[in-house]
Design a protein around this ligand. Sequence first.
Ligand code: NCD
Length: 310
Amino acid sequence: MSSILYGKDILQTDTMSDQQLELILSTAARLEDELEARGQLDNMKGLVLATLFFEPSTRTRLSFETAMLRLGGQVITVADPKTSSAAKGESLADSVRTVEGYADVIAIRHPRKGSAQEAADAVNIPVINGGDGAGQHPTQALLDIYTIQKEKGSLSGLTVALAGDLKNGRTVHSLVYLLARFNARLFFVSPPQLSMPAEITTELREAGADITVTDDLTLAARQSDVLYMTRIQRERFDDPAEYEKLKGSYVLDMGVIRQAKPGITIMHPLPRVDEIKTEVDAYEGAAYFRQAANGVPIRMALLTLVTGRE
Ligand code: NCD
């Protein structure tokens, strides 16, 4: 019997069912243990993953590819759009339709919001969204939830602060929908110009979420179990002067951590620019590199579930 995710696309978190979420988290934990025990798995033997990345990436693409290789599958990639026919003006739909002839599953990142959906509409193989512009980044949100569960032992009863560029940061757009399901109390910390899109805040509040909007990082850190920092998304600004004005909005250092709730867990999807001082890396609650490593089990789970190889 194949799973409830067999043949499905992974495009966004707001429409994911509780059952799908539970299945992804439990499959990731199981595959992580199996990989640890056996060193190499063969679930994806004979299958090909295409990673199509039309925007820069280190963690997302490489952890998808590592996941596929650890599972015994193979990978073809476009890591630089300048080397693909997109540079000749080929449409996204035509590119993915072509790749459908070569691969069994596609992971895609593209600067246009809605692009992953467009790609999914054009093909019959599963498409996984690795970030569509300032839209969503569901696989990151899943690994974030997986990380919180591991770091904190449970997902219930937590207060989580999200800080930085909440307007343009796709990771937080996906993450808040998942946090809300676990009834987390949320702090949205940003300068007013970079606040969470109103439609997301309104939708979550209407569904009963407890959200405090503030620009005060220390105030939020004092009350939070987890602080999720984000980068000011330079590439989404039309006006470079506006970026220059906002780029240093929040800098997390040990001074802030000393005033925060004891034991606070610090997360960041990475890359960081200057929003977390390197002095924080030695703090035991600094989880961001462990978080990046958790991308592998989560993406192993997604690849196996959508292809029926779990
Ligand atoms: C994020 C992204 O690409 O949205 N990075 C990632 O996937 N880990 C965050 C960012 O670029 O700021």
